[in-house]
Write a protein that binds this ligand. Structure first.
Ligand code: NAD
Ligand code: ZN
Length: 341
């Protein structure tokens, strides 16, 4: 089969002919239809420090996908050929304390699809049945292809109650944009999002935010005044990985505010811990999705009218992956999809 492979320990990805995976007794085999490109895939292509330390070579990469089941292992009863499914990108151990207690997203030994084990940028992928989410019939295939990052957005956005609250989101990348749509849908009063990239701020406006602001000092304080806010934001969603963004967020939160942190900083940095302590802030790190509560919420919010399609901006056939990765690097985009059909 055709697959996008990290086959050399140097920058680049190569479209190669590789052996089609065979499903084990507890696995399903999926014919991949569409995939989403994640920042992680760009890092693997670039071969940055993290990728060099993490990625076994050769490896089929990619973890955001939708496809159709074509074969199931002999132990699999609940999935059938023809089902339209996505895969949870973290394969958990099933035996650690958290897994045994049903808190699988907190597994101490999770393996990443397309990071530690073969991924989805291929014509076929085999995954354990415990990693499969069957989509509702009504699902849009482009949206289904990005349930993985959509799940990051939903997990973060719904970590704290947002109904009737004022929410600040830093970073209007694909995940920040989806989180903005989610908190609007979930009944926040004001949703303010910041970014450095005007193109992304435009996309945020399409998704219905109250204010999309260029990240500049004092813009947030001014926005609070303009909106008639007096005590700061109640909930913060950090989705940029930027030190500056988190510092500005901390300075604009109400006493007792809650902050969920998804963005991954590329190095250590200092924050004003006195603000955290004196203002009694709660900070929560977020990794991945809750299995499978987040997946359930994504499915039903789409059925109750949530629309994240405006942030899907580009589509390419898989053979044009080079152009797709260049669009991602340029940043003049929301989500970029590769079509494998
Ligand atoms: P992205 O890189 O496309 O988006 C980040 C955005 O933040 C960009 O648009 C950038 O312009 C903006 N930004 C940079 N500095 C800023 C600042 N000072 N203020 C406001 N915005 C600023 O990434 P994405 O795919 O949307 O993912 C968002 C973040 O979440 C990334 O850091 C990514 O690494 C991380 N991530 C975490 C998980 C997890 O499980 N924790 C999973 C996926 C992605
Ligand atoms: Zn575990």
């Amino acid at each position: 089969m055709k697959a996008l492979v990290k086959s050399k320990r140097e920058p680049g990805l190569w479209l190669e002919e590789v052996v089609e995976p065979r499903p084990g007794i507890n696995d399903v085999l999926i014919r991949v239809q569409r995939t989403g490109i994640c920042g992680t895939d760009v890092h693997i292509d670039d071969w940055n420090d993290w990728a060099r330390k993490t990625i076994p070579v050769p490896l089929v990469i990619g973890h955001e996908f939708v496809g159709e089941i074509v074969e199931v292992g002999s132990n699999v009863n609940d999935f059938h050929p023809g089902d339209i499914v996505s895969g949870e990108g973290h394969v958990v151990c099933g035996r650690c304390r958290n897994c045994l207690a049903g808190r699988r997203h907190l597994c101490a030994h999770s393996q990443g699809v397309g990071v530690n084990r073969p991924g989805a940028f291929a014509e076929y992928i085999a995954l354990p049945m415990s990693n499969i989410w069957r989509h509702a019939n009504s699902v849009d295939l482009d949206v289904a292809a990005i349930f993985d990052p959509f799940g990051n957005a939903v997990h973060t956005a719904l970590s704290f109650p947002v109904s009737g609250e004022d929410v600040l989101i830093t970073g209007a990348g694909p995940i920040g944009l989806m989180a903005a749509a989610v908190v609007c849908h979930a009944g926040a009063r004001f949703v303010v999002i910041t970014d450095l990239n005007p193109h992304r701020l435009k996309l945020a406006e399409k998704l219905g935010v109250t204010r999309a602001l260029e990240a500049r000092p004092s813009r947030l304080a001014q926005a609070q005044k303009d909106l008639g806010m007096t005590e700061g934001f109640d909930v913060g969603l950090e989705m940029s990985g930027s030190a500056q963004a988190l510092r500005e967020m901390l300075a604009n939160m109400s006493h007792g505010a809650k902050i969920a942190l998804l963005g991954i900083p590329d190095q250590d940095f200092a924050i004003d811990w006195r603000t955290v302590i004196f203002n009694m802030l709660t900070l929560k790190g977020i990794y991945g999705r809750e299995m499978y509560e987040t997946w359930y919420k994504m499915t039903v919010m789409l059925q109750s009218g949530l629309d994240i399609r405006p942030m899907i901006t580009h589509q390419f056939p898989y053979a044009e992956y080079r152009a797709a990765f260049e669009v991602m690097r340029g940043g003049q985009c929301g989500k970029v999809i590769l079509n494998w059909s």
